[in-house]
Design a protein around this ligand. Sequence first.
Ligand code: ATP
Ligand code: MG
Length: 401
Amino acid sequence: MNFDRILVRYGEITTKGRNRNKFIDKLRKSVKNALSAFPKIKLEVSRDRMYVVLNGENEQEIIPILKKIFGLHSFSPAIKVERNINEMKDAALELVSSFYKEGNTFKVTAKRSDKTFELDTNEINQEFGAHILKHIPGIKVNVKNPDINLQIEVRKEAVYLSCETIFGTGGLPAGSSGKAMLMLSGGFDSPVAGYLAMKRGLEIEAVHFFSPPFTSERAKEKVIDLSKKLAEITGKITLHIVPFTEVQQAIHEQIPENYSMTVMRRFMLRITDELREKQEALAIITGESLGQVASQTLESMFTINEVTNTPIIRPLITMDKTEIIKIAKEIDTHDISIRPFEDCCTIFVPSSPKTKPRREKVNYYESFYDFEPLLQEAIQETESIIIKPNSKQLSEFSELF
Ligand code: ATP
Ligand code: MG
């Protein structure tokens, strides 16, 4: 079947009232970017849908790309015909025939957004149903659960015919919810958290704490590879690499062992929050999941969270590890996260970190030493790089500052 376009339905953004144009514009940009390798394609955008006009491109190559774009609810490969009953019938028959396999059932679903059309929806259903029954021997009607659902949509400018509805990812258009900082480790969880936040329309900048020589270049490479994966979604991502060795050593020397993990987390959060302010973002995203490890008990989160009142978004907070791993596989970060490496958090991790750290105690322990200059130095020395999906080596990344 030669489809001339793909009909794209927006989904949730249709409920966004006055912001709608802004949302649609972001969506148009996402689709345009994602399809930039197909220069013949044109987009027709209206308030309630978008048409990807194929101009000879193969819809089978386009659909997998559309499926990954946030903010798209569903799409249907379609043909556009004049509002002429004979022409519509020929096209409908050709379309259904191209899907028909022996024993298949069908139904017709007509929709009229323009009521001036000569037939109403019932009449369209009956007339086109009869036409198909007459010309495809053996085909039967099944209204409840048909194999082929011929959708005929009559609009003012033309009629659109389609037989398939393919579901997209949903979510909100990239960047339509503002910007947040993603605390990105090399583990399974934080890339998944970043992906889910992006799906909800957040633009993200990643922050990674790095402790050379205790953590190797390979650990850094892993985080860069994870960032590349996330960058595939929007074309690029900024990654801030924070040198954290001196802060960690000072914690190791100054803080009782069972509170060192709590203090380290508090400092990571403080530094991330300062970077957030510099980058004009409004939230911080982490890969925390309730109860997963000592730093993610409710008591730990309460004590760590004391250092900021910036919203912290934890997309995985109620998920089990198996659910998280499933998403990691779907978004292709699993095989990167599984590579062995030394995490800056595991190097100095005490054998028995406090699972119920208290705010008074941690403030008391932190009060004996002025960590502030070290935190400021870490911020100063942070390396910020722009990562694109196919950048090959570190040297190819352009330095931001
Ligand atoms: P992950 O799989 O994301 O590493 P985790 O289960 O290993 O998570 P933790 O190591 O306790 O859990 O980390 C909790 C969260 O803290 C991470 O999801 C991430 O958002 C943040 N985090 C941990 N280590 C780092 C790091 N080195 N740099 C930046 N953020 C980090
Ligand atoms: Mg981790």
